[in-house]
Design a protein around this ligand. Structure first.
Ligand code: NAP
Length: 251
């Protein structure tokens, strides 16, 4: 099936918003989809739907109902479930799925990174010691650190976490992008010795890594989960657009 309806952009990222703006400029019809996790999401231009679809079968039904010409998975690289759902939903339909993944961050020679496989491993790596930690893994992952009664956690989130929290913590609510000066100030003013982050990639939150390097702060970096097998992966927005245009031309 190759539909004649809108492109479905699975979003929740700056790049998904940029894609929406590009498709609008190119006069390609599209609908952006957000999970509805944050209270006041930054909205892309154009039509937006908000909330889960109800699993892969329901996503497939949505794609059929809207006669989608393609699906762009521009979700966060750690949003594994929706990426799996998109792959499962589109495969039997033959609707093109293009997955955008930002390039990963890579350590420089003088970085002090410990790379771990998942959030639980990050919690194990930092727990039980008298550390001062900046935790930037996102609201949903804070609970993994709740059992650590030793370290102090400065928890930076968009919306407040709802699960259990480590006993010694302070929450700061903010949303990127961040610049180097403000990240240096944050690390210095709070005597941070360890940064825990996911390897999200991208420019919006990269400054914390440069600040950590300059101040000799240790970084515990959660490695990316794998993308679903067999999906067309690209790492630039230009490549997404050119794939989309190629598919359009084939119809
Ligand atoms: P997830 O674990 O991959 O997905 C959980 C469920 O949320 C999905 O099964 C789906 O529900 C729904 N969902 C996720 N993204 C959706 C979207 N764009 N449109 C409609 N439904 C969506 O997702 P997550 O890690 O909780 O992330 C949620 C959203 O936040 C994603 O869109 C992602 O781009 C954004 N985000 C995530 C992170 C992160 O670190 N994980 C960071 C920044 C932004 P149904 O099964 O009911 O369809």
């Amino acid at each position: 099936m190759t539909g004649h309806g809108p492109v479905l952009i699975l979003g929740g990222t700056a790049e998904a918003r940029a894609l929406a703006a590009e498709l609008r400029d190119l006069d390609v019809p599209y609908i952006s989809s957000l999970a509805g996790r944050v209270q006041q999401p930054r909205l892309p231009v154009g039509e937006v739907r908000i909330g889960g679809f109800g699993g892969p079968a329901a996503l497939r039904a949505w794609i059929v109902e809207h006669d989608c010409r393609a699906v762009i998975d521009a979700t966060h690289p750690f949003a594994q479930q929706i990426s799996r759902n998109a792959a499962e939903a589109t495969a039997p339909l033959g609707v093109p799925l293009i997955a955008f993944r930002r390039p990963q961050w890579v350590p420089a020679a003088d970085d002090r990174w410990t790379v771990v496989g998942d959030i639980a491993a990050a919690a194990t790596a930092v727990s039980g010691r008298d550390r001062r930690i900046l935790l930037t893994t996102g609201r949903q992952d804070v609970t993994a650190f709740a059992g650590d009664g030793f370290a102090f956690y400065l928890i930076r989130v968009v919306d407040p976490p709802t699960g259990d929290l480590p006993p010694h913590h302070r929450i700061i609510r903010s949303r990127g992008p961040y610049d180097l000066e403000s990240e240096l100030t944050l690390l210095r003013d709070n005597d941070i010795d360890t940064l825990v982050t996911k390897n999200s990639g991208g420019e919006h939150t990269r400054a914390k890594l440069v600040a950590a390097r300059e101040l000799g702060v240790a970084v515990v970096m959660v490695a990316r989960p794998p993308s679903p097998a067999g999906v067309d992966l690209v790492d630039t927005l230009d490549a997404v657009i050119s794939r989309l245009m190629d598919r359009n031309a084939e119809r």
